[in-house]
Design a protein around this ligand. Structure first.
Ligand code: PRP
Ligand code: URA
Length: 209
């Protein structure tokens, strides 16, 4: 599948198995979301541009590298995306956070936007949209649409679990956006939940129902 990167790593696979178990308690669920997000970060940032910087080691001068341009912006889709922020920020401590609040209406399944707060200079920043679940893809498309309307420099989408329907939806609107997944599942059930999935990510993260 073009522009879809499934992170086929033994640590990610075993942690994803733990997170899917229905009896995994909230505390462990939260820790696993954080850990898997940290592991995903390595691949997510692979093509960030770097620039040379002169430094001095205790032995000699040398040339090293730093990430080029303005600090990256992480954009969690509330609520569940919040669970992925800390794990990525552990590796990119300077990342700015932009919040987009979207929920999926339980009856219509359509995404409903209720909040958007982005950092300044968004047009000069690379954005990573984060959300554990890519189901119908409606929420992701809405978030990308909002970021595009603010002129963000580039967008990547990172989710723990995705499915063909969600990928198709995002890429039918935005074919160039790379989608990073910790797991690619079979598809959606009649209630548009991912199968086998992990259930309702927001409820499992925050202990709600
Ligand atoms: C979940 C999930 C995604 C969305 C995915 O959020 O975190 O944002 O559903 O579904 P979609 O691809 O069909 O749009 P939810 O609407 O449950 O809100 P919450 O995170 O506040 O619980
Ligand atoms: N949202 C979730 O949290 N889980 C799904 O399986 C689908 C949408």
């Amino acid at each position: 599948m073009k522009n879809v990167i499934v992170l086929d790593h033994p640590l990610i696979k075993s942690k994803m198995t733990q997170i899917r178990r229905k009896d995994t308690p909230t505390k462990m669920f939260k820790e696993l979301v954080k850990e898997i997000s940290t592991l995903m970060c390595y691949e997510l940032t692979r093509d960030l541009e770097t620039e040379e910087v002169e430094i001095e080691t205790p032995i000699s001068k040398t040339v090293g590298y730093k990430i080029k341009g303005e600090d990256i912006v992480l954009v969690p889709i509330l609520r569940a995306g919040l669970g992925m922020v800390e794990g990525i920020q552990d590796l990119i401590p300077n990342a700015k956070i932009g919040h987009i609040g979207i929920y999926r209406d339980h009856k219509t399944l359509q995404p409903v936007e209720y909040l958007c707060k982005l950092p300044p200079n968004i047009a000069k920043r690379d954005a990573i949209v984060i959300d554990p679940m890519l189901a119908t893809g409606g929420s992701a498309v809405k978030a990308i649409e909002i970021l595009k309307s603010h002129g963000v420099k580039s967008i990547r989408l990172a989710c723990l679990v995705g499915c063909p329907e969600g990928i198709e939806m995002v890429h039918s609107h935005y074919p160039d956006i790379p989608i990073y997944l910790a797991a690619l599942d079979k598809g959606l059930n009649e209630k548009s939940y991912i199968v086998p999935g992990l259930g309702d990510a927001g409820d499992r993260l925050f202990g709600t129902q």
